[in-house]
Design a protein around this ligand. Structure first.
Ligand SMILES: Cc1cc2nc3c(=O)[nH]c(=O)nc-3n(C[C@H](O)[C@H](O)[C@H](O)COP(=O)(O)O)c2cc1C
Length: 303
């Protein structure tokens, strides 16, 4: 058995495999399939101050090796999360990462103030449209990333801050540095790539929102490159994700510089994906005589 413990910003994880936001709810559905205390952590569904119903249906389209979604941040709101979901997650002993979202800087500030000290880490989803910036996501321009990071960090005296980067940007290294300069303790990436699926007979987009976010196995090579770029641009830890389906995929992200990984779409195609990935990582490390998963981090040598 290799050591799978990792420590990120002083938070101890029993293994580096975290459920990605929006693909695991608040963990309760998966508890019906396996004991979720075996995974390293859960990044919750993107949570906003007030409950949100999300976008009209259809919200999901399937492609070959990818899915497209426009769920639109459907969630029960932060107070419901604190009362109904947090106690269950605490009981399970997994690292609890609250993924938070909003439409304005004030939204982000207030939700971080409310969650300070209640969860193990906060992950800012800055890819949602900012109504004050004409619908442009806060996570696209470096100066906006610096600002939202600074404002939220000021509210988080007790909880480390992860800034989750969008891949739909000009430069990942520039945006990763902007988050670091704003005071982020950690960066995670990638969120979904903006895409479209078309129903040719109807000459219409498949999903009601017209465009959506692309995730799943097909995005892995692009996500890996972006994680590598981010990890080499900043000194703070990086959590990598995008198309991880196997233990080998997870270890590739760690080799590229990630200290831990998140697993998203794989949870839809295989409800046992996360425990399987953890076992596959351990088996690979054992087979290669590596006693500690931390030894694989940032070991990529370029040709
Ligand atoms: C249905 C669905 C809902 C998602 N909801 C959120 C969300 O609320 N907040 C967020 O930061 N990312 C959200 N994501 C993005 C994932 O957390 C992850 O960044 C992305 O799917 C890439 O990983 P994957 O290829 O392993 O799925 C969502 C993804 C999917 C597929």
């Amino acid at each position: 058995m290799a050591n799978l413990n990792v420590n990120i910003c002083g938070v101890q994880f029993k293994n580096p495999v975290i459920a990605a936001s929006g693909t695991y709810g608040f963990g309760k559905e998966f508890e019906e399939v396996y004991d979720i205390s075996v995974i390293g952590g859960v990044s919750t569904k993107g949570t906003t101050m007030e409950p949100r119903l999300g976008n009209p249906v259809p919200r999901i389209a399937e492609g070959s090796s990818v899915i497209l979604n426009a769920v639109g941040l459907q969630n029960p709101g932060v107070e419901h999360f604190i009362e109904e979901d947090l106690p269950f997650l605490k009981e399970k002993g997994v690292v609890i990462i609250a993924n938070v979202a909003g439409s304005t800087l004030d939204d982000y500030k207030h939700i971080c103030r409310r969650l300070n000290g209640l969860v193990d880490m906060i992950e800012l989803n800055i890819s949602c449209p900012n109504v004050h910036a004409g619908g442009m996501a806060l996570g696209i321009k470096p100066q906006n990333i610096r600002e939202v990071t600074k404002i939220t960090k000021a509210e988080l005296s007790k909880t480390p801050l992860i800034v989750k980067l969008s891949p739909n940007v000009e430069s990942i290294p520039v945006n990763a540095k902007a988050a670091e300069e704003g005071g982020a303790d950690c960066i995670s990436l990638v969120n979904t790539f903006t895409g479209m699926a078309i129903d040719l007979e109807r000459r219409r987009p498949v999903i009601a929102n017209n465009t959506g976010g692309v995730s799943g196995a097909g995005i892995k090579p692009i996500a890996l490159r972006m994680v590598y770029e981010a990890a080499h641009a900043v000194r703070i830890p990086v959590i990598g994700m995008g198309g991880i389906m196997t233990g080998r995929d997870a270890l590739e992200f760690m080799c590229a510089g990630a200290s831990a990984v998140q697993v998203g779409t794989a949870n839809f195609t295989d409800s046992l994906a996360m425990p399987r990935i953890i076992k596959e990582m351990n088996d690979w490390l054992d087979a290669h005589g590596i006693a500690d998963v931390n030894r694989i981090v940032n070991t990529l040598k370029l040709n």
